[in-house]
Design a protein around this ligand. Structure first.
Ligand code: PEP
Ligand code: MG
Length: 890
């Protein structure tokens, strides 16, 4: 295979091999644009070097061959004393890693060729300045000399002469400085600065290879989730100079505004300068538009080139260019980064310009960008006082008065105050407070902790696991590092997108995109926001092509209605345990404590009408669309008082000799039901099998609600009953038998055919492994990837994210929490095989997913691939899931 490609040989699709920069330089060369000639050493050569510590044997001869060709084209030889060819050696990986890797300019200069360059350029000062720059860059990046030593020498030279800027040093000063720089190199490395041009080049190439594995490059890759084994290409390019006087210069440009997508002239230009001067901010740049007045022919040519690039790449491009004595040269181009809003606008603009089609437009945006556009944001220009940073659990920007318990949250919000609920962690008792609050802040728990899951479900801002903030609910205060104390009533601001916590009010700007999804803003209106129009069009494309249906996780009519506005095609998960909170909790307590059948039946009898009313509302909100109701799941003890509090109360009462019978009984029950591992204990179907009548009551409530909707309201209820935490088909069979009996009774009593279906969650490894058997008794599967991830990895979903996940992420064990993005190789492969096994038993088996992953972009693509019928996610994730399902299918 070949390790070196001339710029004339490559093209933009060879990024794997030539890196982004090399591939695009080749593409521009082939478009006939003015690119300084050069060649690219491939990432394959880099990989060989990184693996073996040696350049591939064939590399040297190939480089020689390409260098000779380059010398022939340029009519001069590398480092030739009287007329030197100089080259730049630049890194360029497949994915851009700005500033992470090395570049060396002016390779080929030496004691011998510096005067040749002076003659060539007719500028003695320029030649010595270029040589000075070479030794400095080479010394630092290739030879590993501390860069400060060069900087100090430079500063000293300026000080000695009494000038402030580099340009005020003349040729003699710079020549003197070159001598000092060479001394620094000799002293620091024990060898002289290499005078042989080819040796300079080879060493620089090797340094670029090595720079792939610097600590900062590794860290950057981990953060950006760029694989560590790609390697970098090296571009060797003949030098052009922007620092040859006022008719020279260097600049950067965008083909359109990366913030709004608007077409126009965007960029900066710096006269008489080299690329690194712009980055270093040594002198002030001027707006690109000013170039027209400075050098009209170059400006006109640049505008022409930008149009060529846009038409060719069919996208926004960013560009680096240099003008050498009135001649324009293109040094780099690539498809440019842009804001989320601009991504949507540019995609539709390009469709309108006929440059791309709708399918391509979908690939130009993504769900993360849409999610970003949906959340209100803190004003970026505001002054802030940050007091902590933790897990960004549910995005958004929330401001309010600090409250430390649910009761106060509700009370204060009823009187019109905005509040932030601050807890160590939340539990189902906090639900009312969470609903009342603008946002939730906890000091414990991870991305799937109660606070995080419920907040995401409600579309409420949440920052969780802020370990550095000490929450004292008794004293109603929070202590931040540095001794800052937030008391009840003090205003705090939390950013659920960054995890940052601020003291005081940070101003917020609302999202027009949510106003649009809510139906409060119309994309068709003449004065509609450009962004809203673009989002509207892109969503329409996505809906047209997607195969996955999108449902909502919702358990009340309000969430269901919102989900429907956001485009939900049904409910994929109604968690009925969320319906047993508040004043109903005591009824459940009575059910659990019932000693006799009569007591138990009375308790169930009280719950039935309430459950039924819940379902009537839900079926109404989702009329005509499927509603999957999951029977009760959480551990029973969650419905009983806290064991410690109750023990203390009983002990105190006993010491006063007035313990009451009820409390004693309660304490006994609480002890009996207490579990070390509640997540692996008495929950889900196990509960239904242990408490007689519980599931039957729920099934009856569902069936009666459906019958009522059908008969009285002439509605179209489409209920699906779902059994949680099934591990074996026997469990399901028992529940099914009872459910079918109850349904038949209700159908007979009301004279209707309810067409209820009964299915199961697949959320335990055993269920996935025996899916073929389980399908015999299930009309549908819904993958519960939260519990499946928990049980497949053996990671407690409530604990690990706040404890050791940070370390795991830092060590690169995974790039993202498996609770956030489906672990394709492990959990995902179980999902795939269970789906296949289920369909093998029952070809018409309906398949969905209702874990948090249902709203995660990358996971949605996976579920599309596996062939599921739908994903179900929290109402606010629905547009994201629709978009990603469209992107997966397009
Ligand atoms: C799941 O386990 O993925 C699921 C949806 O159920 P829950 O989160 O309620 O346990
Ligand atoms: Mg579950």
């Amino acid at each position: 295979s070949k390790f070196v490609y001339d710029f004339t040989e490559g093209n933009k699709d060879l990024k794997d091999l030539l890196g982004g920069k090399g591939a695009n330089l080749a593409e521009m060369t082939n478009l006939g644009l003015p690119v300084p000639p050069g060649f690219t050493i491939t990432t394959e050569a880099c990989k060989v070097y990184l693996d073996s510590g040696q350049e591939p044997a064939a590399l040297r001869a190939e480089v020689t061959e390409h260098l000779e060709a380059l010398e022939a084209t340029m009519g001069k030889k590398l480092g030739q004393a009287d007329n030197p060819l100089l080259v730049s050696v630049r890194s360029g990986a497949k994915f851009s890693m700005p500033g992470m890797m090395d570049t060396v300019l002016n390779i080929g200069l030496s004691d011998a060729s510096v005067s040749g360059l002076a003659t060539q350029a007719g500028d003695e000062r320029f030649a010595w300045d270029s040589y000075r720059r070479l030794i400095q860059m080479f010394g630092k990046t290739v030879l590993g000399v501390d860069g400060d030593l060069f900087e100090e020498a430079l500063e000293e030279a300026k000080r000695a002469k009494g000038v402030r800027v580099d340009v005020d040093l003349d040729a003699a000063d710079l020549k003197n400085l070159v001598g000092q720089f060479k001394d620094i190199v000799a002293k620091e490395t024990g060898r002289d600065f290499p005078q042989e041009p080819r040796e300079q080049m080879d060493l620089a190439v090797r340094a670029v290879f090595d720079s792939w594995n610097t600590d900062r490059a590794k860290l950057y890759r981990r953060q950006e989730r760029i694989p560590g084994d790609l390697g970098t290409a090296v571009n060797i390019c003949s030098m052009v100079f922007g620092n040859l006087g006022p008719d020279s210069g260097t600049g950067v440009a965008f083909t359109r505004d990366p913030a709004s997508g608007q077409q126009g002239v965007y960029g900066d230009y710096l006269q008489n300068a080299q690329g690194e001067d712009v980055v270093a901010g040594i002198r002030n740049t001027v707006p690109l538009a000013d170039l027209e007045g400075i050098d009209k022919p170059s400006y006109d040519e640049l505008m022409q080139i930008m149009e060529t690039l846009e038409t060719h790449y069919k996208d926004l491009c960013d560009i680096e260019f240099t003008i050498e004595r009135g001649k324009l040269w293109m040094l780099q181009t690539r498809v440019g980064k842009r804001t989320a809003g601009a991504a949507f606008r540019i995609a539709t603009q390009l469709v309108d310009q006929g440059l791309i089609d709708e399918a391509e437009a979908l690939q130009r945006v993504n769900g993360a960008q849409l999610a970003q556009l949906m959340f209100p944001r803190f004003d970026e220009n505001a002054k802030t006082q940050q007091i902590g940073r933790a897990i960004a659990a549910s995005p958004g920007a929330a401001v309010g008065k600090a409250v430390f318990d649910s009761y106060t949250a509700v009370k204060w919000s009823r009187s019109g105050e905005k509040v932030i609920l601050i807890r160590r962690e939340t539990n189902p008792d906090d639900l009312n407070g969470m609903i009342a609050a603008e946002g939730i802040l906890t000091s414990r728990g991870g991305k799937t902790s109660h606070a995080a899951v419920v907040a995401r479900g409600m579309g409420k801002t949440c920052v969780c696991g802020a370990e550095e903030l000490e929450v004292d609910t008794k004293r109603r205060c929070l202590t931040a590092p540095g001794g800052i104390v937030v008391e009840e009533g003090d205003v705090v601001s939390i950013d659920g997108s960054s995890g940052k916590v601020y003291l005081g009010e940070v101003p917020v700007v609302p999202s027009p995109v949510v106003e649009y999804f809510e139906g409060r803003m119309h994309a068709g209106a003449d004065d509609a926001d450009e962004l809203v129009k673009a989002v509207h069009r892109i969503m329409a494309y996505a809906d047209r092509v997607r195969r996955l249906r999108v449902r909502a996780n919702a358990d009340n009519a309000e969430d269901a209605a919102r989900a429907r506005r956001f485009g939900a095609q049904g409910i994929g998960l109604c968690r009925t345990e969320h319906m047993f909170l508040g004043e109903r909790r005591e009824m459940v307590e009575r059910l659990i404590l019932a000693d006799t059948d009569a007591d138990r039946e009375a308790a169930l009898g009280d719950l039935l009408p309430l459950q039924k009313a819940d379902f009537v509302e839900l079926f109404e909100a989702m009329d005509g669309l499927p509603v999957t109701v999951r029977l009760l799941d959480p551990p029973l003890h969650e419905f009983l008082p806290d064991i410690t509090e109750l023990s203390v109360r009983v002990a105190l009462a006993e010491s006063r000799k007035d313990a009451n019978e009820n409390d004693l009984r309660l304490l006994q029950a609480v002890h009996k039901l207490h579990e070390q591992n509640p997540m692996l204990g008495l929950r889900g179907v196990r509960l239904g099998l242990v408490i007689p009548g519980l599931f039957a009551m729920q099934v009856r409530a569902i069936a009666e609600a459906a019958a009522e909707r059908k008969n009285a309201a002439k509605g179209d209820p489409r209920a699906e009953i779902m059994i949680p935490l099934v591990g074996t088909v026997q469990e399901l069979e028992i529940v099914r038998e009872e459910a079918e009996r109850v349904i038949a009774e209700v159908e007979r009593a009301h004279g209707v055919d309810l067409k209820l279906t009964l299915g199961t969650m697949i959320e335990l490894p055993r269920a996935a492994l025996t899916a073929g058997q389980i399908a015999e008794s299930a009309d549908f599967f819904s993958f519960g990837t939260n519990d499946l991830t928990q049980t497949v990895w053996g990671f407690s979903r409530d604990d690990v994210e706040a404890s050791f996940f940070t370390a795991y992420l830092e060590k690169g064990i995974f790039g993202v929490s498996p609770f956030e993005t489906i672990d394709k190789d492990g959990v995902g492969s179980l999902v795939r095989s269970a789906a296949d096994a289920g369909r093998a038993t029952r070809p018409d088996l309906k398949l969905g997913v209702c874990g948090e992953h249902g709203g995660d972009p990358e996971s949605v693509h996976f579920f599309h691939e596996v062939g599921l019928d739908y994903v179900s996610c929290s109402p606010f994730r629905i547009p994201v899931a629709r978009l990603e399902a469209g992107r997966a299918a397009a």
